[in-house]
Design a protein around this ligand. Structure first.
Ligand code: PAF
Length: 277
């Protein structure tokens, strides 16, 4: 597996590859990322994983400094999964001068995660556009765990007519239901035992809606109460339209339950798609 750290070297190397699939990550590679790599391999003969912890998407007081950086270990896992190339620029390479141009995402970026992490999606969209311009892949693979992120990236690709296909991958879960995330490593042993309850709360909402209950507010309230009873601090549990991430229209069937809550010092997010009858 090749490791490339500069844009110039990357461009030269990729000029030989007619079709590239890219998996953008911030590293701390786990099985969820490796699944994305395997999906990428089904879409192109050459797979690039990018590893870059993007300062622009962390808001003040978040874990930018302590975000796990495990490059050696990441490379071993990616190589074993058959990834062809890792692009690992440092900050000076990605942002050689202060970034003055940003991708300004639409209003949906200020809802849900954006309400609690103002500016987060502006930072995500900006770095993703920059990574797309750098790698110039034909395909990019994103996990559905970051549901709002994928929604915004898809819209950006469509609105800017970027010449690549976005492939969405199902969330990879531990056997107890917890969605895999680099931030799970912040959980204490007790918190790790409690953590699957976010998935459980969303599953209850999904089951109720799929059996015909459209009293979303009551279902959201019950999920919130379940989590609060077990010591969580809930930012939101909501049912939204999959198409817009806004309140569902009457009778709209393709929905998604989205949740974000803090357990001790760790903030977890998760979602479940719902098909209402
Ligand atoms: O999902 C992530 O890991 C990041 O938000 C991404 C897409 C790599 C941009 O930094």
């Amino acid at each position: 597996m090749e490791i490339v750290r500069t844009v110039r070297e990357l461009r030269t190397r990729l000029a030989r590859e007619p079709r590239v699939a890219c998996v953008p990550t911030m590293g701390n590679i786990h099985e969820g990322h490796l699944r994305l790599v395997r999906i990428a391999q089904q879409h192109a003969p050459f797979t690039v994983t990018t590893i870059f912890v993007n300062r622009l998407q962390f808001i003040q007081g978040e874990d930018f400094e302590k975000y796990p950086r495990t490059f050696e270990d990441d490379c071993a896992k990616l190589e074993a999964a058959g990834c062809d190339l890792v692009f690992h620029p440092d900050e000076a390479e990605m942002y050689p001068e202060p970034q003055l141009f940003y991708v300004e995402p639409p209003a949906v970026a200020n809802k849900l995660e954006g309400r609690f992490r103002p500016g987060h999606f502006r930072g995500v969209a900006t770095v993703v556009l920059k990574l797309f311009n750098t790698v110039q892949p034909q395909v990019a693979v994103f996990g559905k765990k970051d549901y709002q992120q994928i929604h915004i990236v898809r819209a950006m690709v469509s609105q800017f007519a970027l010449p690549l296909q976005i492939v969405e991958a199902e969330t990879y879960r531990a056997t107890d239901g917890l969605a895999l995330s680099s931030r799970n490593r912040y959980l204490t042993a007790d918190e790790r035992r409690e953590a699957p309850r976010l998935h459980e709360a969303l599953s209850q909402v999904k089951a109720a809606v799929e059996s015909g209950d459209r009293n979303f507010e009551a279902l959201e309230f019950a999920a919130d109460a379940l989590l609060a009873r077990h010591g969580w601090h809930v930012d939101y549990v909501v049912v939204r339209s999959r198409r817009t991430l806004m309140q569902p229209e009457p009778g709209e069937k393709e929905l998604v339950a989205l949740g974000a809550a803090r357990l001790g010092a760790t903030r977890l997010i998760d979602n479940l798609e719902i098909l209402s009858p």
